[in-house]
Design a protein around this ligand. Structure first.
Ligand SMILES: NC(=O)C1=CN([C@@H]2O[C@H](COP(=O)(O)OP(=O)(O)OC[C@H]3O[C@@H](n4cnc5c(N)ncnc54)[C@H](O)[C@@H]3O)[C@@H](O)[C@H]2O)C=CC1
Ligand SMILES: O=C(O)C1=N[C@H](C(=O)O)C[C@H](O)C1
Length: 250
């Protein structure tokens, strides 16, 4: 049995992960950590993999503590920057146990992972590309971690292909053009009734391709979370890994 501790266990995602782990035949819940609990309760003696779904302002600190406590981690919380990832890598280099792993996924839903991949593949064939992410209004971060990841993937593909800068004649106040992430404009919608959605618009003279992923329910993330837990528990992915595509045959 894989012993799984959940950090952020009372949150929307954390509570879903607890249910999914309890329903999985090869896993059992070890510790459930809420905001008021001491994360020191999660140790290598009681936990094989910790799953972290909290808030961007807490995630790095939690992950660094778990690494120091000898525990491998699957992370779904957003807000990761290159600087934060470097701190995780440095902590893993000093980790108490050999082969410890941290796996971070901007999105655990297969629809979102595929949308990201298709967008990166399509990006070089179009003059323009923009990302629109749409979420429930309780989300604290904007733009979404997924949209930031998609924008970087589009930008990297366009750089590699030597694409020209995207045309944009906007002058003056540019706030309504969204946030430029790596040169790709990203727009964030927060709307009651929505869950997690992303649209990538790709345009050429006289044509448009729209790639859209809709996650209607948090159940959509659970197969990806369990897949990540199993892969991390296997010990075959030591160090830092980012992106669920690593564990899929894409
Ligand atoms: N990678 C993915 O596929 C997905 C990622 N997310 C991300 O996961 C994160 C959590 O999302 P939700 O569950 O919707 O948020 P939420 O607000 O429902 O839950 C966060 C929970 O973390 C708790 N918390 C805050 N600080 C803590 C700490 N230091 N230690 C332990 N618990 C702490 C809060 O009390 C709350 O219960 C967000 O960053 C969100 O963007 C959400 C859905 C899917
Ligand atoms: O907060 C959410 O709900 C989600 N957060 C992640 C993100 O910011 O990309 C993943 C998914 O979009 C749901």
């Amino acid at each position: 049995m894989i012993r799984v501790s959940v950090v952020g266990a009372q949150g929307r995602m954390g509570a879903s992960v607890v249910q999914a782990v309890e329903a999985a035949q090869d896993m059992q819940i070890a510790q459930k950590i809420t905001e008021n609990d001491d994360i020191a309760a999660v140790t290598a003696d009681n936990t094989d993999v910790a799953v972290e779904f909290t808030v961007p302002s807490a995630a790095l600190d939690n992950v660094l503590k778990l690494i120091a406590q000898g525990v491998s981690v699957v992370v779904g919380t957003t807000g990761w920057t290159d600087e934060k990832l470097d701190r995780v890598k440095a902590a893993l280099a000093d980790a108490p146990h050999q082969g410890q792993a941290v796996f971070i996924a901007p999105n655990f839903a297969i629809s979102a992972v595929l949308a990201d991949k298709f967008a990166a593949e399509a990006a070089k064939y179009f003059t323009s590309a923009e990302v629109i992410e749409l979420h429930h209004p309780n989300k604290v971060d904007a733009p979404s971690g997924t949209a930031i990841h998609t924008a970087h993937a589009i930008a990297a593909a366009r750089r590699e292909a030597g694409c020209a800068q995207m045309p944009d004649a906007t002058q003056g106040e540019v706030a309504s053009r969204g946030q430029s992430v790596d040169g790709v404009h990203v727009h964030a919608v927060r709307l009651q009734g929505l869950n997690a959605h992303e649209e990538v618009l790709l345009g050429n003279a006289g044509e448009q391709l729209v790639i859209r992923a809709d996650s209607f329910d948090r159940a959509s993330f659970m197969p990806g979370v369990l897949l990540a837990v199993r892969n991390v528990a296997s010990g075959e992915h030591p160090g830092l890994t980012v992106g669920l595509d690593t564990f899929l045959d894409l």
